[in-house]
Design a protein around this ligand. Structure first.
Ligand code: NDP
Length: 333
């Protein structure tokens, strides 16, 4: 049983030596526990924040502890009356490992969506989809004709959020790195416009595309990109703070927007956490399921092979060198 253990708290991008891949025996099961073989490991930008010794929405991963991560796997042994060998499950604390011993209380059964690959359950029908769906429908609540700007728009969450906003009648402008990602947004996903932040000034592009300002910002990045959008929010504009990925490797805090503008423009700025929406997953599946089956909503999954490559894979999230939801295939389905 291989597992990635946190050895030291990274400074900047994760380096070899910050985590170590070690061999450990699989412990015997206690009553109500199951043994889960990991099939897919989800790599999420927030994984990097869990490595820091800082206040967060979950405690930091302790030094010497197995790296926390969301996984999807199959039950190989069970001492639970609720889970049987062969069940596909997502443990809340599976971690970066070949196997995890998990209490039945921390286990959720996965129902394969007909016609969709299993990876959908860790992407568009998993936490990614929940984040995008409720960030749009519950936090921002677009009205037809309003404009929403989304950063990291070609990423896992951003690409779905934009399509949900389109389905609610909004005009959607995505911000992404590079011409290929921008073309994907406008030509395949139906975004109205895309701004390539690596090759153009975001503020100038917004002034050209939305000279009167915008009503909504679905923020995934933070820093200068966020400030450019924030400064163009109209009076009574809304901002959903989903993530601040540009700060996750930063050794000093990036600049903040001018909070006086929240008063002068009566803005509503709201952070949200997907965990709060987990009990409402059915609502999302009810609306998104048919869109996925019909092809109306599209998504991409980037699968890297091998637990041993998880560390290199994680850094893709910060360089943008991936297309869609980033997963590691740890073992065969
Ligand atoms: P993505 O698939 O969007 O991958 C991250 C993307 O961010 C990269 O592909 C890259 O895209 C972009 N990026 C990385 N660094 C920078 C930078 N310095 N400046 C600009 N863009 C950058 O990941 P997710 O969809 O999983 O996550 C997106 C955001 O949503 C993250 O901030 C994450 O923390 C947040 N999130 C929040 C949740 C919540 O509950 N609030 C739940 C899940 C995610 P590009 O190539 O375009 O640069």
């Amino acid at each position: 049983n291989r597992q990635w253990v946190l050895r030291q708290r990274p400074k900047g991008l994760v380096q070899p030596g910050d985590l170590e891949l070690v061999e450990a025996p699989v412990p015997a099961l206690n009553e109500s526990e199951v043994l889960v073989r990991t099939i897919y490991l989800s790599l999420d930008p927030t994984n990097r924040t869990w490595m820091n010794d800082a206040e967060g929405y979950l405690p930091p991963v302790p030094l010497g502890g197995v790296m926390r991560g969301l996984t999807l796997g199959v039950v190989e042994e069970s001492r639970s009356s609720r889970f049987r060998v062969g069940d596909i499950v997502t443990p809340l604390s599976g971690g970066w490992a070949d196997y995890a011993v998990v209490s039945e209380m921390e286990l959720r059964q996965v129902h394969r969506a007909p016609g969709l690959p299993l990876t959908a359950n860790l992407s568009v029908l998993g936490m990614t989809g929940l984040t995008a769906y409720f960030g749009v429908t519950d936090v921002l609540k677009p009205q037809a004709g309003e404009t929403m700007v989304i950063s990291a728009a070609a990423g896992a969450v951003g690409s779905i959020a934009g399509q949900v906003a389109k389905a609610r009648g909004a005009r959607v402008i995505g911000i992404a790195g590079g011409p290929d990602k921008c073309r994907w947004l406008t030509e395949e996903l139906g975004f109205d416009d895309a701004i390539d932040y690596k090759n153009e000034d975001v503020g100038e592009a917004l002034d050209r595309l939305a000279p009167d300002g915008v009503e909504m910002n679905f923020e995934n990045v933070g820093g200068d990109i966020m400030i450019a959008v924030f400064n163009r929010l109209k009076t009574h504009g809304r901002m959903a703070v989903c993530g601040l990925i540009s700060a996750y490797n930063a050794t000093k805090m990036p600049p903040s927007p001018n909070f006086a503008r929240i008063i002068t423009h009566r803005l509503r700025v709201q952070g949200f956490l997907v965990l709060d929406y987990a009990p409402r997953a059915r609502e999302m599946v009810a609306e998104m399921g048919p869109w996925l089956q019909s092809g109306e909503v599209k998504w991409k999954v980037h699968v890297d092979d091998g637990l041993e490559n998880a560390l290199d894979s994680l850094n893709r999230l910060f360089t943008g060198d991936h297309d869609g939801k980033l997963l590691v295939r740890v073992s065969e389905e």
